[in-house]
Write a protein that binds this ligand. Structure first.
Ligand code: DAK
Length: 258
């Protein structure tokens, strides 16, 4: 039985992390399986949104401490590259990625969730960056993505204390967009995916690129990037479909993703 499940539901690529005995701790082998599932999404242009979730009580309870424990500085660089690359790959995936955080999202798990475009959480979710308590810094983007999401002050408090926070607190600080009852989490994730899917996908994907690029650059460069994306969308069939429907006062828009 695979510890990472991949299935397609309509235009959604659903990745389910399924190693509950280890609380989905990120071993090298487990990360390879996640990479393979992400590769499925990457190559399938019929997937418009990706959802990542976990089974039972964990989203991901961090990197596998038994693998990290014997690492030397040199070994850590090689080992660490896999996690860093995986998160960059998720962040730069062509399609929006929703993290449906069902339980523990700690250390590398919180970092992977933060590499996703949008996070929604079950009331049972718990977030934290406990690395300093293990004698290490966060290693897969925690010191970079957390301050960008919640601001430096709150991020530093969480990073220096290693404190675990619940879903409501994560919502209050802007780490997650929504909190749901546990049994409603996947319905909420799919409802959000459907709201994205009904739009013109080249426009959605270009918008993702603009936000990701723009957030890392000065505003003039970011706006220039946005202008290029706008030009690209103007050459699409979906633009004619979207605007044509408005001008003809039609509700129905049958986008063709061209
Ligand atoms: N690693 C290995 N095994 C883990 C694990 C982890 N992170 N988390 C849980 N497990 C295992 C437990 O050892 C236990 O295994 P058995 O004893 O049954 O064999 C099983 O999962 C169930 O866990 P518990 O019995 O502990 O379950 P509880 O409900 O009592 O507690 C817990 C749940 C999440 C509070 C607890 O398991 C816990 O504190 N887990 C560790 C959390 C943690 O410290 N995570 C690591 C943070 S450091 C890098 C990239 C990434 C990273 C670093 C570098 N580079 C790119 C450079 C990431 C670092 C981290 O994530």
């Amino acid at each position: 039985m695979s510890t990472v499940l991949y299935e397609k539901k309509g235009h959604v690529g659903l990745i389910t992390l399924n190693n509950p005995k280890k609380l989905n701790a990120l071993s090298a082998a487990f990360m390879t399986e996640i990479e393979n599932a992400v590769a499925e999404v990457e190559k399938d242009t019929d997937v418009y949104v990706c959802i990542i979730t976990g089974v039972e009580k964990a989203f991901i309870a961090g990197a596998d401490i038994s693998e990290m424990c014997p690492l030397t500085a040199a070994g850590a660089i090689a080992w660490g590259k896999q996690g860093t690359d995986l998160n960059l790959r998720i962040e730069n995936l062509r399609v929006p990625v929703i993290a449906a955080v069902n339980g523990f999202a700690l250390g590398g798990g919180c970092e992977l969730a933060m590499a996703c475009d949008i996070r929604i959480a079950s009331e049972k979710a718990k977030f934290g960056q406990p690395e300093v308590g293990l004698g290490i810094t966060p290693g897969a983007g925690g010191t970079q993505r957390l301050p960008r999401l919640v601001g430096a002050g709150i991020a530093k408090e969480l990073l220096y204390t290693g404190r675990m926070i619940n879903a409501q607190e994560a919502y209050r600080i802007g780490l997650v967009n929504k909190v749901t009852a546990p049994e409603e989490l996947m319905d909420a994730a799919f409802a959000l995916a459907d709201e994205i899917i009904k739009n013109a996908q080249i426009a959605v994907q270009q918008t993702k690129r603009c936000v990701n690029r723009g957030i890392e650059t000065d505003i003039v460069t970011g706006i220039d990037f946005e202008q290029q994306a706008f030009a690209v969308c103007n050459a699409t069939e979906d633009k004619q479909i979207g605007m044509g429907a408005f001008l003809r006062k039609e509700k129905e828009k049958n986008f063709v993703y061209r």
